[in-house]
Design a binder for this molecule. Structure first.
Ligand SMILES: Cc1ncc(COP(=O)(O)O)c(C=O)c1O
Length: 394
């Protein structure tokens, strides 16, 4: 196929469910990617928080090759060392007790919602089945996940949706906690909302929700699909916020770009699932799990968490300087670690287009928020380049 034909064929023959940018990527190395014409870009989005240790990290690539040459798939009918090593790592570093592996963030949330309901059902609380989520949240596109996603546009046209979901604004902490009544099976929260425009949970909210859940016995689920695994400068986002949930869902950055999801649960919450209660064919794939183990051990052993905090301080300071220069264009800068949103008062899509033309990849979420999720392998010089491109664009 000729180079320009790719985009034409994709537009005509592949479902148009994504608003793709007119860029065809063919190669990546570290924080950089190249398009089909050889143009180089600094990737400040990491495939939406996936390639956190950069493209084709040599240690992870080696682990993938080794596993691919050894055993590609086993099914979940047998024991498989890569998934067991990974589960051990997640338990040792995450402080929860049991892991379920799946393939994506939506699937991890689906598992969490099912686990919460079955947990109460097993205890005889058959009406304790309501899932409470936060306005403007995003939890994925499968039915339970999109019903928990409190965004009409995501749900439109898919009725009838599963029953037993309700939503609250998290700015009014008291009202939010009051909604955690006896019928609530679980509260699902992104500690930092990603798709919603990089909003950090209001101070005190997570602590108050934890207390309210403890009072009624509702389970607390943290959706760390986007904000987990290093983004905050801690391995798990809950460790940054210092509020421990009963269930954590992970995906995106777990295997540095290979598809994998995970649900971590406390011993107590995990009692919800018994033999045959849940499953997925490709969950715990040995290649994805080997990649994830190499990814997460490198993240810890090469001291990336400390580096993320330093880079974050530098990036935030640089963006704040930019805001001082362009107060009319930059409304607010939000975020933690390397998960930053720049809310613009000018047309964010135009700004992004200009950034792309100048060799910087990011994206726009919640209409006018420039979302920056750079890989942890960037250097200060990359931040200088990115901020300079945004400055010139503004
Ligand atoms: C917080 C959060 N949860 C869940 C999902 C869904 O993940 P996936 O696209 O892997 O199903 C996303 C994806 O953007 C997300 O940001």
């Amino acid at each position: 196929m000729m180079t320009n034909d790719y985009q034409t064929f994709d537009k005509t023959n592949v479902f148009n469910t994504y608003a793709r940018y007119p860029i065809t990527l063919v190669k990546g190395e570290g924080a950089y990617v190249w398009d089909i014409h050889g143009k180089k870009y600094l990737d400040f989005l990491s495939g939406i928080s996936c390639t956190s240790l950069g493209h084709c990290h040599p240690t992870i690539t080696a682990a993938i090759i080794k596993q691919a040459q050894t055993l590609l798939h086993t099914s979940n009918l047998y024991y498989s060392p890569p998934s067991i090593e990974l589960a051990k790592f997640l338990i040792e570093h995450g402080g929860l007790d049991k892991i379920f592996f799946c393939n994506s963030g939506a699937e991890a949330n689906e598992a969490a919602i099912k686990l919460a309901r079955k947990y109460h059902w097993r205890k005889g609380a058959k009406n304790k089945n309501v899932i409470l989520s936060v306005d403007h949240s995003f939890h994925g596109r499968t039915f339970a996940a999109l019903t928990a996603t409190a965004k009409p546009a995501i749900q439109e046209g898919f009725a009838p949706l599963p029953l037993g979901f309700k939503y609250e604004d998290w700015d009014d902490i008291h009202k939010f906690c009051q909604a955690i009544d006896e019928n609530v099976a679980a509260v699902i929260i992104e500690p930092i909302q990603g798709e919603g425009g990089i909003h950090v949970a209001p101070p005190g909210l997570l602590e108050a929700v934890r207390t309210a859940c403890d009072k009624t016995g509702a389970l607390l689920i943290f959706d760390e699909v986007q904000c987990g695994l290093g983004r905050t400068g801690e391995l798990f986002a809950y460790q940054y916020f210092k509020v421990k949930p009963d269930i954590i869902t992970l995906a995106k950055g777990i295997a540095n770009g290979l598809p994998l999801g995970a649900m971590c649960a406390t011993e107590q919450a995990a009692t919800g699932f018994a033999l045959g209660d849940h499953g997925t064919t490709f969950g715990a794939n040995p290649v994805s799990c080997s990649a994830a183990f190499a990814n997460l051990t490198t993240l810890i052993d090469d001291h990336y968490l400390a580096k993320i905090k330093q880079l974050s301080a530098y990036l935030l300071a640089s963006l704040q300087n930019l805001q001082k220069k362009y107060p009319q264009a930059i409304k607010e800068i939000r975020g933690v670690g390397l998960m930053i949103g720049v809310e613009l008062s000018v047309d964010a899509k135009k700004v992004l287009q200009h950034c792309q033309e100048s060799g910087l990849l990011a994206n726009v979420t919640a209409d006018n928020v420039l979302r920056l999720l750079p890989p942890y392998v960037i250097e200060k010089s990359d931040i200088d380049f990115a901020v300079d491109v945004i400055a010139k664009t503004l």
